[in-house]
Design a protein around this ligand. Structure first.
Ligand SMILES: [Zn+2]
Length: 64
């Protein structure tokens, strides 16, 4: 089975280990570490954005 690869940092894990660790976009995946990092970077400038983003991310289905 194909590995899931983070489109941002390139981390690659087997499909069955990706559950709960990646979010899927259209044809891309991003890992939890990168999401954390981005929320930190953007959230420092804009705490309201940070809240909205965390809420929005909870609505995105995990990689299956
Ligand atoms: Zn990543």
């Amino acid at each position: 089975m194909k590995n899931i690869e983070c489109s941002f940092c390139g981390t690659s894990v087997p499909h069955e280990e990706a559950k709960g660790k990646f979010v899927a976009g259209p044809g891309v995946f991003i890992c939890r570490d990168c999401v954390d990092m981005m929320i930190d970077i953007f959230g420092q400038k804009d705490p309201k954005w940070r809240e909205r983003t965390i809420k929005a991310l909870k609505a995105i289905p995990n990689a299956k």
